[in-house]
Design a protein around this ligand. Structure first.
Ligand SMILES: Cc1cc2nc3c(=O)[nH]c(=O)nc-3n(C[C@H](O)[C@H](O)[C@H](O)COP(=O)(O)O)c2cc1C
Length: 364
């Protein structure tokens, strides 16, 4: 069946979540083929203590239960993020909960962390061949009965032996109250609890490295005034970095698709400026102290390059992968090589944050 199993055309005739489930099944059972991405050596990046052939990764939420990681690795991603996984299995919101906004190059989702829970996730992750590419684990809390100060540390401890990096997700818009955990005090308490549970680094204290590099994923709707304190906290707590960003609750006035009024997080093209602006602001605040993963609206090489100029060390895609199929990975990677020539860069990492000043002023 090769790549057509997860390529866009026939899947796009199905309801969005049916198409997603079909793609996951094809990837899981080895029916999605293999794609060799000839990455220019100048695109190689070091992150999570590993060398990645190129910086284009799959964002969280596609492989929530980590069952398709090997199939996704065969498509040529530079890295993959599985999850979001919660402690206990939960069904998520009632369907329909995923909507295509074709005229806008966007999706709206209100999945609500549908997942099978941490035990199957860890069992699946344990079987993944991570020698090929790094795999991250994105963790969140249940809609009901959650205790963030206990749940995040437990989740970190459980995924730690099986992941190259861990993402604390406090930014999905579909779990009531989750985004409030982005306040400096509440995030500090979570990171402190994680450090205590794992023997990791406490504020200004020791660094035991009991878990892989830790990231926090931010919402693009945060008040920019909190960014300095959040970045300072990330550095003080020894985070490896930040992911900027998750989906937005904003609805740009020019959205044209019928589904634009659906509740949930908006991803894809209309998120690009908003998330890139915030990424640039975070880079200006962090300097070289954090690894930044840029996500939001990347559908081609120019946009991936702009994320890097704004400050991204690595770039993630989701919506464009759904819309264009696996070929988007090769298109972006090939295009990045050409852009390096045009800009006269010896390595992609030379341009990280080069235009952060200007891109921090993008109109969201
Ligand atoms: C259907 C769907 C489900 C998602 N689920 C998650 C999730 O479980 N955890 C998470 O951190 N982000 C999730 N995201 C957000 C993506 O990881 C990404 O941050 C966002 O879509 C922006 O990237 P994009 O514009 O390339 O799609 C989801 C996005 C979509 C479209």
């Amino acid at each position: 069946m090769a790549l057509s199993a997860v390529a866009a055309p026939w899947l796009r005739r199905l309801a969005p979540e049916t198409a997603h489930d079909a793609a996951i099944a094809a990837l899981r059972y080895g029916l999605a083929g293999r794609q060799t991405i000839a990455a220019d050596p100048r695109l190689a990046v070091t992150a999570f203590g590993r060398t990645l052939a190129h910086p284009i990764g799959l964002a969280a939420g596609f492989d929530k239960n980590a069952v398709a990681c090997d199939g996704l690795a065969r498509l040529g991603f530079g890295f993959i993020e599985a999850g979001t996984v919660t402690l206990r299995a939960q069904p998520g919101n009632p369907k329909p909960r995923l909507f295509r906004l074709d005229q806008d190059g966007a999706l709206i989702n209100r999945m609500g962390f549908n997942n099978a829970g941490i035990e199957p996730f860890v069992a699946a992750l344990r079987r993944v061949d991570r020698s090929r590419i790094p795999v991250g684990a994105n963790i969140g809390i249940n809609k009901e009965g959650a205790t963030p100060l206990a749940d995040y540390p437990t989740l970190v401890r459980k995924v730690a032996p099986h992941a190259d990096y861990i993402v604390i997700n406090v930014s999905s818009p579909n779990t009531p109250g989750l985004r409030d955990l982005q306040s400096v005090d509440r995030l500090d308490a979570i990171l402190d609890a994680v450090a205590r549970e794992t023997g990791g680094r406490e504020a200004g204290g020791r660094e035991a490295g009991a878990h892989p590099p830790l990231f926090v994923k931010l919402a693009p709707d945060l008040d920019e005034a909190v960014l300095p304190d959040l970045v300072a906290l990330a550095v003080a707590r020894g985070l490896a970095g930040l992911i900027v960003s998750n989906t937005t609750l904003a609805r740009p006035a020019d959205l044209a698709s019928a589904a634009r009024g659906e509740a949930g997080g908006l991803s894809g093209a209309p998120l690009f400026n908003r998330s890139t602006r915030m990424l640039a602001r975070v880079r200006l605040l962090a300097g070289e102290r954090l690894t930044l993963i840029g996500a939001g609206g990347v559908a081609n090489a120019e946009q991936a390059f702009t994320k890097c100029r704004a400050g991204a060390d690595l770039v993630q895609i989701y919506t464009s992968f759904v819309a264009q199929g696996p070929a988007v990975i090769g298109r972006i990677v090939a295009g990045l090589g050409g852009l390096l020539d045009r800009y006269g860069c010896a390595r992609l990492s030379d341009i990280t944050g080069r235009d952060a000043d200007r891109l921090a002023e993008l109109a969201p």
